[in-house]
Ligand binder design. Structure first.
Ligand SMILES: [Fe+2]
Length: 343
Protein backbone atom coordinates (compact mmCIF):
# COMPACT_ATOMS: atom_id res chain seq x y z
CA UNK A 1 0.00 0.00 0.00
CA UNK A 2 1.36 3.41 -0.88
CA UNK A 3 0.99 6.18 1.67
CA UNK A 4 0.95 9.72 0.42
CA UNK A 5 1.18 12.85 2.52
CA UNK A 6 -1.02 15.73 1.75
CA UNK A 7 0.98 18.91 1.03
CA UNK A 8 0.91 21.55 3.72
CA UNK A 9 -1.94 23.88 3.35
CA UNK A 10 -0.73 26.95 1.51
CA UNK A 11 -2.92 28.97 3.78
CA UNK A 12 -1.29 27.73 6.93
CA UNK A 13 1.13 30.36 8.12
CA UNK A 14 4.49 29.70 9.74
CA UNK A 15 3.40 31.76 12.73
CA UNK A 16 0.56 29.34 13.36
CA UNK A 17 2.93 26.40 13.12
CA UNK A 18 5.38 27.98 15.58
CA UNK A 19 2.56 28.79 17.97
CA UNK A 20 1.47 25.16 17.89
CA UNK A 21 5.04 24.05 18.74
CA UNK A 22 5.24 26.58 21.56
CA UNK A 23 1.85 25.62 22.97
CA UNK A 24 2.94 21.98 22.99
CA UNK A 25 6.32 22.84 24.65
CA UNK A 26 8.43 21.57 21.79
CA UNK A 27 11.31 23.47 20.16
CA UNK A 28 12.43 23.33 16.51
CA UNK A 29 16.20 22.90 16.88
CA UNK A 30 16.90 23.99 13.31
CA UNK A 31 15.62 27.42 14.27
CA UNK A 32 18.04 27.73 17.22
CA UNK A 33 21.86 27.89 17.47
CA UNK A 34 23.19 24.66 16.04
CA UNK A 35 25.39 23.68 18.98
CA UNK A 36 24.25 25.79 21.90
CA UNK A 37 26.50 28.29 23.65
CA UNK A 38 29.68 26.27 23.08
CA UNK A 39 32.86 26.22 25.17
CA UNK A 40 33.27 29.99 25.44
CA UNK A 41 35.29 31.50 28.27
CA UNK A 42 33.29 33.80 30.55
CA UNK A 43 34.93 37.09 31.44
CA UNK A 44 36.78 37.36 34.75
CA UNK A 45 36.08 40.08 37.31
CA UNK A 46 38.05 41.72 40.13
CA UNK A 47 36.49 42.93 43.40
CA UNK A 48 38.82 45.39 45.16
CA UNK A 49 38.93 45.27 48.97
CA UNK A 50 39.03 49.06 49.16
CA UNK A 51 35.64 49.08 47.42
CA UNK A 52 34.17 46.09 49.26
CA UNK A 53 35.06 47.02 52.85
CA UNK A 54 32.95 50.22 53.01
CA UNK A 55 30.05 48.27 51.48
CA UNK A 56 30.19 45.94 54.48
CA UNK A 57 29.86 48.95 56.79
CA UNK A 58 26.66 49.76 54.95
CA UNK A 59 25.42 46.20 55.50
CA UNK A 60 26.15 46.53 59.23
CA UNK A 61 24.19 49.80 59.35
CA UNK A 62 21.02 48.31 57.90
CA UNK A 63 20.98 44.88 59.57
CA UNK A 64 20.80 43.52 63.12
CA UNK A 65 21.97 40.37 64.90
CA UNK A 66 18.59 38.84 64.07
CA UNK A 67 19.72 38.45 60.48
CA UNK A 68 23.47 38.22 61.11
CA UNK A 69 23.67 34.85 59.33
CA UNK A 70 22.18 36.50 56.25
CA UNK A 71 24.39 39.62 56.41
CA UNK A 72 26.23 38.56 53.32
CA UNK A 73 27.24 40.41 50.17
CA UNK A 74 27.38 38.02 47.22
CA UNK A 75 30.10 38.65 44.63
CA UNK A 76 28.06 38.69 41.46
CA UNK A 77 29.96 38.46 38.22
CA UNK A 78 28.36 40.90 35.78
CA UNK A 79 29.24 38.53 32.95
CA UNK A 80 27.70 35.44 34.60
CA UNK A 81 24.30 34.08 33.76
CA UNK A 82 22.02 32.76 36.43
CA UNK A 83 21.49 35.06 39.38
CA UNK A 84 24.18 35.67 41.97
CA UNK A 85 26.83 33.28 40.70
CA UNK A 86 30.47 34.30 40.89
CA UNK A 87 31.52 31.63 38.38
CA UNK A 88 29.92 28.50 37.00
CA UNK A 89 29.35 26.20 40.03
CA UNK A 90 30.78 28.63 42.62
CA UNK A 91 29.44 31.46 44.73
CA UNK A 92 31.81 33.78 46.57
CA UNK A 93 30.49 36.10 49.28
CA UNK A 94 31.64 38.35 52.09
CA UNK A 95 30.21 38.02 55.59
CA UNK A 96 30.81 40.22 58.62
CA UNK A 97 30.07 39.50 62.28
CA UNK A 98 30.18 42.19 64.95
CA UNK A 99 31.56 41.69 68.47
CA UNK A 100 28.96 39.99 70.66
CA UNK A 101 26.98 38.68 67.71
CA UNK A 102 26.19 35.09 66.86
CA UNK A 103 24.72 33.36 63.82
CA UNK A 104 22.25 30.58 64.53
CA UNK A 105 22.94 26.89 63.86
CA UNK A 106 21.79 25.45 60.56
CA UNK A 107 22.89 22.99 57.92
CA UNK A 108 22.44 22.55 54.18
CA UNK A 109 23.40 20.30 51.31
CA UNK A 110 25.63 22.89 49.61
CA UNK A 111 29.25 22.68 50.74
CA UNK A 112 30.74 25.85 52.17
CA UNK A 113 34.01 27.27 53.44
CA UNK A 114 35.26 30.42 55.10
CA UNK A 115 38.62 32.12 54.59
CA UNK A 116 39.13 34.84 57.21
CA UNK A 117 40.08 38.21 55.73
CA UNK A 118 40.02 40.59 58.71
CA UNK A 119 39.82 40.21 62.49
CA UNK A 120 39.89 37.36 64.96
CA UNK A 121 38.18 36.16 68.13
CA UNK A 122 35.21 34.44 66.50
CA UNK A 123 34.48 30.73 66.57
CA UNK A 124 32.65 28.54 64.10
CA UNK A 125 31.13 25.40 65.59
CA UNK A 126 31.00 22.58 63.03
CA UNK A 127 28.90 19.65 64.28
CA UNK A 128 29.63 21.11 67.71
CA UNK A 129 33.43 21.15 67.19
CA UNK A 130 35.04 24.50 68.06
CA UNK A 131 37.01 26.11 65.22
CA UNK A 132 38.66 29.42 66.25
CA UNK A 133 38.79 31.95 63.42
CA UNK A 134 41.69 34.30 62.76
CA UNK A 135 43.03 36.06 59.68
CA UNK A 136 44.25 33.59 57.04
CA UNK A 137 42.49 30.58 58.58
CA UNK A 138 40.36 28.27 56.43
CA UNK A 139 37.27 26.76 58.08
CA UNK A 140 35.21 24.20 56.14
CA UNK A 141 31.56 23.33 56.67
CA UNK A 142 30.90 20.29 54.46
CA UNK A 143 27.44 19.34 53.21
CA UNK A 144 24.88 18.80 55.99
CA UNK A 145 27.30 19.60 58.80
CA UNK A 146 25.72 21.79 61.46
CA UNK A 147 27.40 25.17 61.75
CA UNK A 148 27.00 28.34 63.73
CA UNK A 149 29.21 31.34 64.50
CA UNK A 150 29.92 33.13 67.77
CA UNK A 151 32.00 36.30 67.94
CA UNK A 152 33.56 37.22 71.28
CA UNK A 153 36.28 39.45 69.84
CA UNK A 154 36.51 43.23 70.12
CA UNK A 155 36.35 44.26 66.45
CA UNK A 156 34.35 43.14 63.41
CA UNK A 157 35.46 39.93 61.75
CA UNK A 158 35.11 39.56 57.98
CA UNK A 159 35.45 36.36 56.02
CA UNK A 160 35.19 35.18 52.44
CA UNK A 161 32.56 32.48 51.93
CA UNK A 162 32.59 30.06 49.03
CA UNK A 163 29.74 27.67 48.27
CA UNK A 164 28.75 25.26 45.51
CA UNK A 165 25.19 26.62 45.51
CA UNK A 166 24.99 27.18 41.72
CA UNK A 167 25.62 23.47 41.12
CA UNK A 168 22.90 22.52 43.62
CA UNK A 169 20.50 24.98 42.07
CA UNK A 170 21.11 23.39 38.67
CA UNK A 171 20.66 19.86 40.04
CA UNK A 172 17.74 20.73 42.30
CA UNK A 173 19.56 19.32 45.34
CA UNK A 174 19.70 22.39 47.61
CA UNK A 175 18.19 21.61 51.03
CA UNK A 176 18.33 23.85 54.12
CA UNK A 177 17.53 22.95 57.72
CA UNK A 178 17.40 25.34 60.69
CA UNK A 179 18.72 24.42 64.14
CA UNK A 180 18.86 23.59 66.94
CA UNK A 181 21.56 21.05 66.17
CA UNK A 182 20.48 17.43 66.37
CA UNK A 183 21.92 14.06 65.33
CA UNK A 184 25.40 15.54 64.81
CA UNK A 185 28.14 12.96 64.26
CA UNK A 186 31.07 12.90 66.68
CA UNK A 187 34.38 14.01 65.21
CA UNK A 188 37.75 13.42 66.94
CA UNK A 189 39.83 16.39 68.05
CA UNK A 190 42.25 17.75 65.44
CA UNK A 191 45.11 16.38 67.55
CA UNK A 192 44.12 12.94 66.24
CA UNK A 193 45.27 14.04 62.76
CA UNK A 194 48.31 16.10 63.77
CA UNK A 195 50.98 13.38 63.40
CA UNK A 196 52.39 13.34 59.84
CA UNK A 197 51.60 10.24 57.79
CA UNK A 198 49.59 8.51 60.51
CA UNK A 199 45.82 8.77 60.92
CA UNK A 200 43.45 7.09 63.33
CA UNK A 201 41.62 4.03 62.03
CA UNK A 202 37.92 4.85 62.32
CA UNK A 203 35.07 2.61 61.28
CA UNK A 204 32.71 5.57 60.85
CA UNK A 205 35.06 8.02 59.14
CA UNK A 206 33.21 10.45 56.84
CA UNK A 207 35.18 9.74 53.68
CA UNK A 208 33.54 12.42 51.56
CA UNK A 209 35.01 15.28 53.60
CA UNK A 210 37.78 16.04 56.04
CA UNK A 211 37.10 15.49 59.75
CA UNK A 212 39.51 18.40 60.30
CA UNK A 213 37.44 21.53 59.82
CA UNK A 214 40.09 24.16 60.58
CA UNK A 215 43.24 24.78 58.57
CA UNK A 216 45.13 27.54 60.42
CA UNK A 217 47.21 30.15 58.60
CA UNK A 218 50.43 29.11 60.37
CA UNK A 219 50.09 25.56 59.07
CA UNK A 220 49.50 26.79 55.51
CA UNK A 221 52.56 29.05 55.63
CA UNK A 222 54.73 26.24 57.04
CA UNK A 223 53.52 23.84 54.32
CA UNK A 224 54.25 26.41 51.62
CA UNK A 225 57.76 26.98 52.97
CA UNK A 226 58.44 23.23 52.82
CA UNK A 227 56.80 22.63 49.43
CA UNK A 228 59.08 22.01 46.45
CA UNK A 229 59.17 24.77 43.86
CA UNK A 230 57.43 24.15 40.53
CA UNK A 231 59.10 24.77 37.17
CA UNK A 232 58.16 28.44 37.37
CA UNK A 233 59.44 28.78 40.94
CA UNK A 234 56.01 28.96 42.60
CA UNK A 235 55.03 26.71 45.51
CA UNK A 236 51.52 25.35 45.81
CA UNK A 237 49.69 23.41 48.52
CA UNK A 238 46.32 21.68 48.57
CA UNK A 239 43.97 21.52 51.55
CA UNK A 240 43.17 17.81 51.88
CA UNK A 241 41.14 15.29 53.78
CA UNK A 242 43.80 13.52 55.90
CA UNK A 243 41.80 10.26 55.74
CA UNK A 244 41.94 10.04 51.94
CA UNK A 245 44.49 12.53 50.62
CA UNK A 246 41.72 13.95 48.42
CA UNK A 247 40.04 17.35 48.49
CA UNK A 248 39.06 18.59 51.97
CA UNK A 249 35.46 19.03 50.84
CA UNK A 250 33.82 16.82 48.26
CA UNK A 251 33.07 19.49 45.67
CA UNK A 252 35.17 22.49 46.78
CA UNK A 253 38.86 21.94 46.13
CA UNK A 254 41.18 24.52 47.75
CA UNK A 255 44.78 25.54 47.16
CA UNK A 256 47.28 28.20 48.12
CA UNK A 257 50.08 29.40 45.89
CA UNK A 258 53.16 31.26 47.08
CA UNK A 259 55.16 33.46 44.74
CA UNK A 260 58.54 34.93 45.59
CA UNK A 261 59.11 38.61 44.83
CA UNK A 262 58.98 39.20 41.08
CA UNK A 263 58.09 35.58 40.25
CA UNK A 264 55.47 34.77 37.59
CA UNK A 265 53.58 31.54 37.05
CA UNK A 266 53.49 29.75 33.72
CA UNK A 267 50.13 30.06 31.91
CA UNK A 268 47.48 27.58 33.04
CA UNK A 269 43.96 26.95 31.85
CA UNK A 270 41.30 24.46 32.84
CA UNK A 271 37.73 23.41 32.30
CA UNK A 272 37.30 24.07 36.04
CA UNK A 273 36.50 27.42 37.66
CA UNK A 274 38.25 29.23 40.47
CA UNK A 275 37.93 32.21 42.79
CA UNK A 276 41.20 33.74 43.99
CA UNK A 277 41.55 35.58 47.31
CA UNK A 278 44.76 37.53 47.83
CA UNK A 279 46.00 36.45 51.25
CA UNK A 280 49.23 38.46 51.20
CA UNK A 281 51.28 40.65 48.88
CA UNK A 282 50.65 42.65 45.75
CA UNK A 283 50.94 41.73 42.11
CA UNK A 284 49.24 41.27 38.78
CA UNK A 285 47.19 38.46 37.28
CA UNK A 286 46.05 37.92 33.74
CA UNK A 287 42.82 35.96 33.32
CA UNK A 288 41.87 35.65 29.66
CA UNK A 289 41.72 39.17 28.27
CA UNK A 290 41.63 40.82 31.71
CA UNK A 291 44.63 42.15 33.65
CA UNK A 292 44.14 42.66 37.38
CA UNK A 293 46.44 44.54 39.76
CA UNK A 294 45.78 43.17 43.20
CA UNK A 295 46.61 43.70 46.85
CA UNK A 296 45.69 42.04 50.13
CA UNK A 297 42.07 40.81 50.40
CA UNK A 298 41.22 41.57 46.77
CA UNK A 299 39.17 38.81 45.14
CA UNK A 300 38.91 37.83 41.49
CA UNK A 301 37.19 35.15 39.48
CA UNK A 302 38.97 32.74 37.16
CA UNK A 303 36.22 31.32 34.94
CA UNK A 304 36.83 28.14 32.95
CA UNK A 305 38.69 28.26 29.68
CA UNK A 306 40.78 31.34 30.38
CA UNK A 307 44.58 31.28 30.38
CA UNK A 308 45.75 32.46 33.82
CA UNK A 309 49.09 33.81 35.06
CA UNK A 310 49.97 35.39 38.39
CA UNK A 311 52.96 37.66 39.09
CA UNK A 312 54.13 38.98 42.46
CA UNK A 313 55.52 42.48 42.90
CA UNK A 314 58.42 43.20 45.18
CA UNK A 315 57.39 40.96 48.11
CA UNK A 316 56.28 37.37 48.62
CA UNK A 317 52.62 36.90 47.66
CA UNK A 318 50.17 34.21 48.71
CA UNK A 319 46.98 33.44 46.79
CA UNK A 320 44.18 31.32 48.21
CA UNK A 321 42.12 29.65 45.47
CA UNK A 322 38.87 27.70 45.73
CA UNK A 323 37.88 25.64 42.69
CA UNK A 324 35.23 23.26 41.38
CA UNK A 325 38.04 21.05 40.03
CA UNK A 326 36.69 17.98 41.82
CA UNK A 327 33.28 18.41 40.18
CA UNK A 328 34.84 18.35 36.73
CA UNK A 329 37.22 15.48 37.63
CA UNK A 330 34.42 13.27 38.94
CA UNK A 331 32.45 13.88 35.77
CA UNK A 332 35.51 13.02 33.67
CA UNK A 333 35.36 16.54 32.24
CA UNK A 334 38.54 17.98 33.75
CA UNK A 335 41.09 19.19 31.23
CA UNK A 336 44.13 21.18 32.31
CA UNK A 337 46.85 22.74 30.20
CA UNK A 338 50.13 24.41 31.09
CA UNK A 339 51.79 26.79 28.67
CA UNK A 340 55.52 26.44 28.14
CA UNK A 341 56.11 30.11 27.66
CA UNK A 342 54.75 33.21 29.20
CA UNK A 343 52.24 34.94 26.98
FE1 LIG B 1 25.44 27.98 56.20
Amino acid sequence: MTVTHAPASPTRKIDDIRKAWKDANVTPLWETDAHGPGPGSPKAYLWKWQVLRPLLDGAIDVTSMENAERRVLALTNPDATGGRNTTTNLNGCLQVLMPGESARPHRHTPNALRFVLEGNGATTLVDGKHCPMAEGDLIITPAMSWHEHVHKGTAPIVWFDALDVPLHNYLGTAVFESGPMKDAPHHPDDAAFAVPNIVPEMADSPHSYSPVFRYPREASVAALRAAPAAKDGSRKIRYVNPMTGGAAIALLDCYMTELDAGAETLPYRSTSNGICVVAEGTGTSRVGGETFSWGPRDIFSMPHGNWVTHKADSKTARLFVVTDREVLRRLDLLTEEYGNERT
